[in-house]
Write a protein that binds this ligand. Structure first.
Ligand code: ADP
Ligand code: MG
Length: 682
């Protein structure tokens, strides 16, 4: 008897080698196998008469073998089987390469279904190496055929046959983790029907029904998991923070906070006074001033006599925060320290010691802040910046350095509301929906590379006016290999320096450089010592150089809208008129549409929604990086209504059965789903 935990080798045709290949896809058991869903489907239901085959187009025909199959050896290692097949409307020459066994399998007078690309002329039609199946056994012809993501050594045919067997052996024991009441209330099909039809749909309608059920299920369990996370947190009590006079902090700032910044600060402060640990996301477009919101919270925490930590995803950002915040806070008697991978051993030792005794109030740094040797005397607030680079696990690891410290997560990725609900279902959200005053909109242009001479003249003009320029460099791949960013950046920088701007200072930075080298280049740029910075997308996140006012993106078609928006957000941070020039020779309609969208809108949320519509959530939003389980069926771009339904169903179920004691199957499924982020469930 097989069950979902049975090894895939149970399946006929899966030996050791194939099992190993399947292992690369993460398929080890029958359960994994039947949960390997098609990437897409091909509708091969229509059987065409031979006379209507169109050369160049794939199609199915049903035809009788009219001649004895002929086998010939063309050369060593190359056999050919030729056969003629006919239907009422015409004849078809069929050839198969290296499938010599077909010579004895195809029988004259029997009818077969063929699927392949028609070739030849209107009068003499042919097909080369079509899929062939006996009439009445339609796996890959005459039906809607699933197309699976594959790996080396595994073919579509093999995989779909294995899945067929897997489904047949598990059909009666598939557990339905969706409570019956929920299933009925939302008019969802049963689990057997769903699995059968997600793999082998009889009709498009059946596929829709199956997909809807499986998508709902994913969203439902996801929502439950997040709600459980949240409710566990809500049972924790902490000493409420006391009110603090914030005037000294506000007076020390070189500007007044915007209303939106102010509101976010107040929301966070209210959380910290509530007696429950804060778990808040502060979301704001690039340049909206998230850093000062964090600083205000840090001030509030430290004036409550507790320590605070700010974790950034790169050394560059950590150092930038340190340079920006330490002078401000130290004037307010707050002792700050920087802790990154390149902090010297000696400094690290002293900082660690002072964090442990509480002599340092505020630590700014990278992952170094969560390394094993670092301990805090009394950590009260944890801020993580540019959160989409961190996983839940890292967020949690820093929080675990304290007794339920408050956490504030800052994200520059404007995430559409639908997605925020999913990704941050366990967080409260504040939005900074306003930019600091006096910002001029960034003028954005989409041009072709023919524009380069004029573009170079424009760059020169900006530099002569005292400004600085970013150029995100072209990435050229040779022979389809992944582009070499180091080579691309250094070569382009060299070309600009020697041929175009011999009199200007050109520098470059890329991800393969050592953190210290990178930092030296960035600091020089921030200090105005270099004019033009050629880089890869390492400058995508968070870097703040207000004097830079021109962003040039070469091969702009390579970037998604949200990424372009992040890049563009590196300029327009000071009082100068800023520009963004997107260079692309790509003529693809969708690309042109995307670049055009960039010239039309500056609103990060609109752009993110457009991006979601054009590209789907994919991994750009880093579902996996979040340490949250990825969604395989649900499409957050399209399934908004379903998401709302699943959320309310999750609310309903938890209201009735908060600990899921009466729904063990559901509880088990949720537990599995969140296994990777187990830490955060405890
Ligand atoms: P982001 O939200 O992208 O992290 P930053 O915190 O880096 O934005 O702020 C962007 C720039 O705007 C910084 O140079 C910062 O000093 C400035 N800034 C922040 N808040 C204000 C404000 N209320 N008024 C004027 N400038 C501000
Ligand atoms: Mg920032």
């Amino acid at each position: 008897m097989a069950d979902l935990n049975t090894n895939v080798r149970y399946i006929k045709g899966i030996g050791e080698a194939k099992a190993k290949s399947l292992g690369k896809l993460g398929i080890a058991t029958l359960g994994d196998l039947i949960n390997w869903f098609p990437r897409r489907y091909e509708d091969r239901r229509e059987i065409k008469p031979i006379s209507q085959l169109i050369p160049g187009e794939p199609a199915c025909v049903s035809a009788m073998i009219a001649s004895e199959p002929k086998l010939s050896h063309i050369r060593k290692g190359m056999d050919l089987v030729k056969v003629r097949a006919v239907d009422d409307t015409g004849a078809l020459d069929v050839t198969f390469f290296n499938q010599s066994w077909l010579k004895n399998q195809l029988r004259v007078g029997e009818t077969y279904t063929f699927y392949g690309r028609a070739e030849g002329s209107l009068l003499r039609k042919s097909m080369a190496s079509p899929i062939v199946e006996p009439e009445g056994r339609r796996e890959h012809t005459g039906r809607i055929v699933p197309i699976y993501p594959l790996t080396a050594g595994i073919s579509q045919l093999l995989l779909s046959r294995a899945i067929r067997q897997g489904l047949d052996s598990c059909a009666d024991i598939l557990p339905d983790c969706l409570p019956d009441g929920v299933r009925q209330a939302h008019q969802l099909c049963r689990v057997n029907y769903a699995y059968e039809n997600i793999h082998f749909p009889e009709a498009p309608e059946a596929l829709d029904i199956a997909r809807r059920r499986l998508a709902f299920e994913e969203l439902f369990f996801f929502a439950i998991g997040l709600k459980l996370l949240r409710s566990r947190r809500e049972t924790v009590s902490v000493e409420p923070f006391q009110p603090v006079d914030m005037a000294p902090f506000y007076n020390a700032l070189p500007f007044t906070l915007t209303d939106a910044q102010r509101r976010c600060v107040e929301e966070a402060i209210a959380d910290m006074q509530s007696g429950k640990p804060m778990n808040r996301l502060c979301q704001g477009d690039v340049g909206s001033g998230k850093t000062m919101v964090a600083a205000a919270c840090v001030y509030f925490c430290i004036k409550n006599g507790r320590q605070a930590a700010l974790m950034a995803p790169t050394e560059l950002l950590a150092e930038q925060h340190y340079r920006g915040l330490a002078p401000l806070l130290e004037r307010l008697n707050i002792r700050c320290a920087l802790l990154t991978g390149s902090t010297t051993v000696k400094t690290k030792r002293s900082v660690t010691a002072q964090l442990a005794t509480g002599e340092i109030d505020f630590a700014i740094g990278t992952h170094a802040l969560i390394s094993g040797s670092v301990a805090y005397a009394d950590l009260g607030l944890v801020v993580t910046d540019e959160q989409h680079r961190f996983g839940v696990a890292q967020r949690t690891a820093l929080a675990e350095k304290g007794e339920h410290p408050h956490t504030l997560v800052m994200s520059a990725t404007p995430i559409p509301r639908t997605l925020a609900l999913i990704l941050y279902g366990d967080l409260d959200v504040s939005v900074i929906d306003q930019l600091p005053p006096g910002r001029k909109p960034i003028e954005t242009y989409a041009v072709t590379s023919a524009y380069h001479p004029r573009l170079y003249a424009f760059i020169r003009k900006q530099v002569e006016a005292g400004r600085q320029v970013y150029i995100v460099c072209p990435m050229v791949s040779e022979n389809d290999e992944l582009p070499d960013e180091r080579k691309a950046v250094t070569e382009y920088a060299q070309k600009l320096q020697t041929e175009i701007f011999p009199d200007l200072k050109v520098a470059f930075v890329h991800g393969k450089m050592k953190a210290r080298e990178k930092d030296a280049v960035m600091s020089a740029f921030a200090a105005g010592e270099t004019d033009i910075l050629v880089s890869t997308t390492v400058i995508e996140v968070g870097v703040d150089v207000p004097n830079a006012n021109l962003m040039v993106v070469e091969n702009a078609e390579r970037f998604g809208l949200s990424q372009l928006h992040q890049l563009r957000g590196r300029v327009g941070r000071g009082q100068h008129q800023s520009y963004c020039v997107l260079v692309s020779d790509n003529k693809n309609d969708e690309t042109r549409q995307r670049l055009k969208a960039m010239t039309k809108t500056a609103d990060g949320f609109k752009i993110a929604e457009e991006d979601l519509r054009l590209r789907g959530p994919g991994d750009f939003f880093g579902l996996r990086q979040h340490g949250l389980p990825g969604l395989r069926v649900a499409d957050l771009g399209c399934d908004t209504r379903l998401l709302a339904e699943a959320q309310s169903a999750a609310d309903g179920l938890l209201a009735e059965d908060p600990a899921l004691t009466h729904h063990p199957a559901t509880a088990e499924r949720v537990r599995k789903l969140f296994q990777q982020s187990e830490n955060s469930l405890n």
